[in-house]
Design a protein around this ligand. Structure first.
Ligand code: UDP
Ligand code: MG
Length: 320
């Protein structure tokens, strides 16, 4: 399954490269593309591809819901015994899929591609990613394997486990790790983006990172608490010191700057802690609203579902 957002130019080359690999590896396959509200003719390209080969199916969101949600929808609609998730921009080379399948046949249910280098990604992004993984590891109740991303093979059992997770805030990288199952990595080299540019601007990456941390850890909240405790202790000690000093040596009126500085410092800390709590409350709010995860505007293909669905149940609803 492939999440696609404004990738019209990449789709045909991707399918060209995927087909021979899949034909050589498995008896039957389908490609599920999730058009994440593209505005560049991606949907038309998908329709054309489906018209030429019925094994290429697509769903199209009513608007852009983000890659994480697109992946969730793809997993809802892909019904193979094995599902491979990959990007549309040819950064995930299809030629690695045989290696995934080999691992799967060895008994691994969750086979992830492991980036050997991040050369194509720019220094800022690379360092940011590194810092994030270090932070996640130290906060973590869940361990993320290094260099593992969304390029991976999932056994049906893993797919069903992921589909059963109800949360709206979907940090897939964490969820893959959270569900467990025997997992292993296959190293691969990230290719150059074929056409277009990355959809992840720095700001988006930052909020993505905080989403990841906050949905897998409450450590940021604990940090606020401990910071508060620490500062309270320091304040008490300082208070005692001044009391003793005043008793022994009397008052000296100056001290105005330190007063201002400490007031500002503490109100800063309080606002940060409040904001942090607010972030979590906001996320709780988003979860309890139980808005649908995505809205499907159109389905392209999935003809076989009209007869007998392999999983025996109905086509997934247009809303989830
Ligand atoms: N993508 C998506 N929805 C979005 C942003 C990206 O489905 O809102 C898809 C995109 O089409 C591509 C994949 O996610 O197939 C990875 O995106 P991109 O290559 O822009 O990210 P990068 O490789 O720079 O991390
Ligand atoms: Mg990319």
């Amino acid at each position: 399954m492939v999440p696609v957002y404004n990738e019209a130019a990449n789709l045909a080359p991707l399918i060209e490269r995927l087909k021979p690999v899949l034909d050589a590896q498995v008896a039957s396959w389908e490609i599920v593309c999730v058009d994440d509200g593209s505005r560049d003719g991606t949907l038309a390209a998908l329709r054309a591809l489906h018209a030429r080969d019925g094994r290429i199916n697509a769903i199209s969101f009513s608007r852009n819901f983000g890659k994480e949600v697109a992946i969730a929808a793809g997993l809802d609609h892909a019904d193979g015994n094995v599902v491979v998730i990959m990007d549309a921009d040819l950064q995930h080379p299809p030629e690695v899929i045989p290696a995934f399948l080999a691992k799967w046949r060895e008994g691994f249910l969750n086979v992830y591609g492991q980036r050997t280098d991040r050369a194509g990604e720019g220094r800022l992004k690379r360092n940011f990613a590194k810092a994030f993984y270090r932070l996640f590891a130290s906060f973590g109740e869940t361990e993320l394997p290094e260099g593992a991303g969304d390029f991976r093979l999932l056994d049906r059992r893993v797919v069903e486990a992921l589909r059963a997770l109800p949360e709206r805030a979907r940090f897939s990288k964490g969820l893959y790790a959270w569900v467990g199952f025997p997992a292993t990595g296959v190293p691969f080299e990230v290719g150059e983006r074929a056409h277009g540019e990355s959809k992840f601007r720095f700001r988006k990456l930052f909020s993505f990172a905080f989403d990841g941390l906050s949905s897998f850890s409450t450590v940021p909240l604990k940090i606020a608490t401990w910071l508060g405790v620490l500062i309270a202790i320091v304040a008490t000690l300082t208070g005692l010191y001044f009391m003793v000093r005043t008793l022994l040596f009397g008052t000296d009126l100056p001290g105005f700057p330190s007063l201002i500085v400490s007031i500002m410092f503490f109100s800063g800390i309080q606002l940060i802690s409040l904001g942090l709590i607010g972030e979590y409350v906001g996320r709780i709010f988003a979860e309890v609203k139980r808005r649908p995860l995505y809205l499907v505007g159109e389905r392209v293909g999935f003809a076989k579902h009209d007869s007998v669905h392999p999983r025996g149940d109905a086509l997934p609803p247009l809303i989830r």
